[in-house]
Design a protein around this ligand. Structure first.
Ligand SMILES: Nc1ncnc2c1ncn2[C@@H]1O[C@H](COP(=O)(O)OP(=O)(O)OP(=O)(O)O)[C@@H](O)[C@H]1O
Ligand SMILES: Nc1nc2c(c(=O)[nH]1)N[C@H]1C(S)=C(S)[C@@H](COP(=O)(O)O)O[C@H]1N2
Length: 168
């Protein structure tokens, strides 16, 4: 079993027009905050932004470059609706993409719903920050987190430059 960690900071960014206008309770963001905290990660920021590329880009760059947060998990805006632009913003932010992490989440999600193929979420690194896009619905967040959580400590250690043991 992977050990719990108390060593990494995290931020949650919810991409939602309705959420940013206060028209829908952000249950997905709240679930992420609760779960990551209970896993031992340290919350430093929680932001709700509209589905707007410049706003999302600025927010993610600030969290990585200024706040130097270890982990940023986003929810929403990954799909195919005209307003869904999270991946387009990510394209401008990340320096290294980790396609395997996004594909693993989609692969496992496909076992729950074929609609998982509609998510275009990315995972990537900017500086020493890992940024992970999850879909918007609470169900999707729960299902994707199950795939993500076990690999996170090792990924974050590697990104930080630790000599992690890959052997287990
Ligand atoms: N932050 C959230 N918390 C809880 N549920 C959400 C959240 N964001 C989206 N959802 C749910 O996931 C579904 C798909 O998300 P999507 O972003 O396409 O919805 P939307 O209503 O067009 O979003 P928005 O206008 O807020 O950007 C929504 O119908 C909603 O039920
Ligand atoms: N595991 C999982 N992944 C999922 C879903 C889900 O219910 N479970 N919903 C899908 C749906 S219906 C959509 S439209 C896309 C994109 O969601 P988003 O636009 O809210 O980011 O995520 C998909 N990924």
């Amino acid at each position: 079993m992977e050990q719990k960690t108390e060593k990494f900071t995290f931020a949650v960014v919810t991409m939602s027009d309705k959420g940013s206008r206060g028209e829908r309770e952000d249950t997905s963001g709240a679930y992420l905050l609760k779960t990551l905290t209970s896993e031992g990660y340290i919350q430093v920021s929680y932001i709700i932004v509209p589905d707007n590329v410049p706003v999302i880009t600025k927010t993610l760059i600030e969290l990585a470059d200024k706040e130097q947060v270890a982990l940023v998990v986003t929810t929403g805006g990954t799909g195919v609706a005209p307003t869904d632009v999270t991946p387009e913003a990510m394209q401008q932010v990340i320096e290294k993409e980790i396609p395997g992490m996004a594909e693993a989440m989609r692969y496992e999600s496909m076992k729950k719903t074929s609609r998982a193929m509609l998510s275009r979420g990315k995972v990537g690194i900017r500086g020493a920050t890992l940024i992970v896009n999850l879909p918007g619905s609470l169900k999707a967040v729960k299902e994707n987190l199950e795939v993500l959580l076990p690999v996170l400590p090792h990924a974050l250690e590697k990104i930080r430059g630790d000599d992690g043991d890959c052997g287990r």
